[in-house]
Design a protein around this ligand. Structure first.
Ligand SMILES: [Zn+2]
Length: 462
């Protein structure tokens, strides 16, 4: 009897393990949705699944194939939803959400000098930055952003709040010539940035960076020292570049060069650089940016709202420059919704070029995902749904009246979807929002704290 049972067991084992490969255990499977991979061939799979183990994606395939290959500790049903890589916002100033709608429809200099600079001088502090980052992170999670690049003050507070929220940040400590709340001189700012980079350089979610504000708000000596720190610490350098016609005029008058030519001449692009805006670029500038592999962040809503001009995105892309999308700070947008950024980018370039074929939906999605990752130098880790990459993905509902019917998920993601349609967000294999419930932040506490700061901001600009 005993021998017979053993033989039976052996037979059973040979059936489950002999005729097919063993099932692997994974921590999470997201199954049943339409998966927009944004991989090298742009695969879009219906009734598909993503298998995740720990922080990594291990397989992307038909739902049935994934079910056969893996046993999941946890399963999320994505039926009726589109699954895509988490969105990458390549340029913002997170705490500025607390200045959202403070002053609109003004010329840039009046807006800055009458409202933003006085408000910043009187309110920016570590506590302000923490509260603002929590609010920004809440908004980003709720609208599907899983990685963002930032430039602001007290960046170590931003790093802590971002880490608590469970999203990725490429966070640049800002350096500027005039005294600011966290540094009296550029040298103070550089020392702060160096310390910040050293403290955060091995974090799983945070990439610390150094952020010289721009070529027109720093002297040559400071810009060179900042580049040296970035090289020594192997940290990305984030800078505003050629945002306005005024900046081009300053560069001409002061250095007889374009902002790009000037920065290149002092070696500012010698290592990983992310340049925000790139609105006023010559064909020669575009060549330099391509040669130096500078990533560019396109911020269509901010550029339109401040009437800065239209960045030559198709020309940059044709030259091989990695162009990501950004929202810029909420004071000049006025939100952090990357779906809106995709839509506005797609519309703006058709309108400007008189060509409806300019910047198609698939291209806008790439800018918000894999091209954003390339611009930040993170394309090996994030930006597409492929085995071996970090599990940063979002599930987007497609059942609203405005999304019905759906013939083409790429079209819908760009032309009708809003941040509010995001249902579930996963970062580094961890669920940070499920069915609209943010799990890493106390939503009510974040909003209450923002209201307290709003009263102080109102007082500061009286
Ligand atoms: Zn900016």
């Amino acid at each position: 009897m005993h021998r017979f049972l053993c033989a039976l067991l052996a037979a059973a084992v040979s059936v489950s393990y002999g005729s097919q490969s063993p099932r692997g255990n994974v921590s999470l499977v997201v199954t049943g949705g339409t998966v927009v991979t944004v991989d090298g061939t742009g695969r879009v799979l219906s009734s598909a699944a993503v298998a995740i183990d720990g922080r990594d994606i291990v397989a992307v395939d038909a739902a049935a194939a994934i079910a056969q290959r893996f046993t999941a500790a946890r399963t999320i049903d994505a039926t009726g939803q589109v699954v895509l890589p988490g969105l990458i916002n390549t340029h913002t100033h997170a705490p500025m959400v607390l200045y959202r709608g403070l002053a609109d429809d003004l010329a840039l200099m009046e807006w800055l000098q009458k409202y933003i600079f006085p408000a910043e001088a009187r309110t920016v502090s570590p506590a302000f930055v923490r509260a603002g980052t929590r609010l920004a992170a809440l908004e980003m999670i709720q609208s599907g952003t899983t990685t963002y690049a930032d430039m602001y003050y007290f960046e170590e507070e931003i790093a802590r709040a971002t880490r608590e929220a469970g999203i990725r940040g490429v966070l640049g400590q800002t350096i500027i010539q005039f005294p600011v709340p966290d540094a009296k001189t550029p040298a103070d700012g550089i020392a702060r940035a160096t310390e910040f980079i050293r403290q955060w350089k091995n974090d799983i979610l945070i990439v610390p960076a150094i952020a010289p504000h721009s070529m027109y708000t720093l002297d040559v000596e400071s810009l060179k020292s900042i580049r040296a720190v970035a090289d020594r610490e192997r940290a990305p350098l984030i800078i505003h570049l050629a945002e306005t016609a005024d900046e081009v005029k300053i560069a001409r008058d002061k250095y007889q060069a374009t902002p790009t030519e000037f920065l290149d001449s002092i070696g500012a692009f010698s290592g990983r650089t992310v340049a925000a805006h790139g609105v006023h670029l010559t064909p020669g500038d575009i060549k330099v940016l391509a040669q130096r592999r500078v990533g560019v962040s396109h911020n269509p809503e901010s550029n339109m709202k401040l009437a800065s001009g239209t960045a030559p995105v198709p020309a940059l892309q044709a030259a091989g420059v990695a162009v990501g999308l950004g929202t810029d700070g909420a004071a000049s947008n006025n939100d952090l919704d990357m779906f809106e950024a995709m839509r506005v980018a797609a519309l703006l370039h058709k309108h400007t070029s008189n060509d409806p074929r300019a910047l198609p939906a698939a291209s806008a999605i790439k800018m918000a995902t894999i091209d954003g990752a390339r611009a930040l130098g993170m394309e090996r880790e994030i930006g597409s749904l492929e085995p071996g990459k970090r599990a940063d993905l979002i599930l987007v509902s497609m059942s609203a009246a405005r999304q019905t019917p759906m013939y083409d998920p790429l079209s819908h993601l760009v032309y009708v979807t809003r941040g509010d349609d995001v249902r579930t967000v996963i970062v580094n294999g961890t669920v940070v929002m499920q069915d609209r419930r943010v799990l890493t932040l106390n939503e009510k506490a974040v909003l209450d704290e923002a209201a307290v700061w709003a009263a102080k901001v109102r007082e500061a600009v009286k």
